[in-house]
Design a protein around this ligand. Structure first.
Ligand code: ZN
Length: 306
């Protein structure tokens, strides 16, 4: 997270003014005024900063009148693309463009992460903007008493729900070779709790995972298997990928004779919105090695699992 200084904004505004002059040509800029529409909301402050260095620029109130658009940041490029689609051929300028990775020294290249502009306040209030805007979007009043602490809680909860991004499975999967000599039978951990969020709706999905493997000289602490499930679940997921990631990671670190992972989950995005009947469970499985190839091993896994 980088908090941009006013000096950084000034430097970027000068560069943007230069780009606008170059685009329209010095003569054209001198001859006529260039109408700029500031993209709400960050583009407003950006456009005022750029205008100081580009006297022919004036700001218009609707996108239809614009010769160009000005924004503070091109992040994913989604906003710019939406404007390009609706207003073909009208150029889009931004103080900072993550897609181009052109940043001045104050920002640092190549990936600056989360940028906080001076008009966004401190970094915490900038992030708090997300839940506040969401509350406004659903028609709530963020100033209502009961919601006073909600933005902070929301951010803390999402940090917990996605803590897996900062965790590495290899730190968890400490493998024991000691005591594994005579272990060649299926090891199965059943009913491991799964709490995750789908990447399509950011909605919760939850249920249980059953994880089994047939050791090949290496075993792992049983609690570590639960931890492994949690590391991958505490990220944005689709259930199929979650299942495969657990199976593939165990295969990679344990090199077992076989791995089987079955996950049963209920998805809030489907159940609560009437797409699928309530209480229905989505089951996914990932089988590797002997649990994929050998019918007897596979049958044993499925039988014990029930
Ligand atoms: Zn979903």
């Amino acid at each position: 997270m980088i908090k941009l200084s006013h000096q950084a904004i000034e430097t970027a505004a000068i560069a943007t003014a230069r780009a606008i002059t170059e685009h329209f040509g010095i003569k054209a800029v001198a001859r006529r005024m260039v109408a700029a529409f500031p993209v709400p909301r960050g583009g407003v402050a950006a456009a005022y900063a750029v205008r100081k260095h580009c006297p022919s620029l004036y700001l218009v109130d609707t996108a239809d009148e614009a010769d160009c658009f000005i924004d503070d940041l091109v992040d994913s490029g989604r906003t710019r693309d939406a404007y390009a689609e609706q207003f073909e051929g009208i150029p889009f300028f931004a103080l900072f463009d993550k897609q181009k990775q052109v940043f001045n020294d104050e920002v640092g290249a190549p990936d600056p992460g989360w940028l906080v502009f001076p008009w966004e306040g401190n970094s915490q209030s900038s992030a708090s903007d997300i839940p506040i805007r969401l509350l406004q979007f659903i028609g709530e009043d963020p100033g209502r008493g009961g919601l006073a602490e909600t933005p902070g809680r929301f951010l803390r909860a999402w940090s917990d729900w996605t803590i897996g991004y900062g965790q590495d499975p290899k730190d968890v999967l400490k493998v024991f070779e000691d005591g594994a000599e005579r272990c060649d039978q299926l090891v199965l951990v059943k009913d491991i709790p799964v709490y995750s969020h789908c990447e399509h709706h950011l909605a919760p999905f939850f249920g249980v995972a059953h994880v089994g493997y047939i050791p090949n000289g290496k075993i792992v602490g049983l609690s570590k298997i639960s931890r492994l499930v949690d590391i991958f679940a505490k990220r944005l997921q689709v259930q199929e990928r979650l299942t495969n990631q657990i199976a593939d990671t165990l295969t990679e670190y344990l090199d077992p004779l076989g791995v089987g992972v079955v996950i049963e989950c209920r998805h809030m995005c489907m159940e609560s919105r009437g797409i699928q009947r309530q209480g229905s469970t989505t089951i996914t499985s990932a089988m590797r090695g002997a649990l994929l190839d050998e019918p007897s091993a596979r049958a044993e896994f499925l039988a014990i699992m029930k």
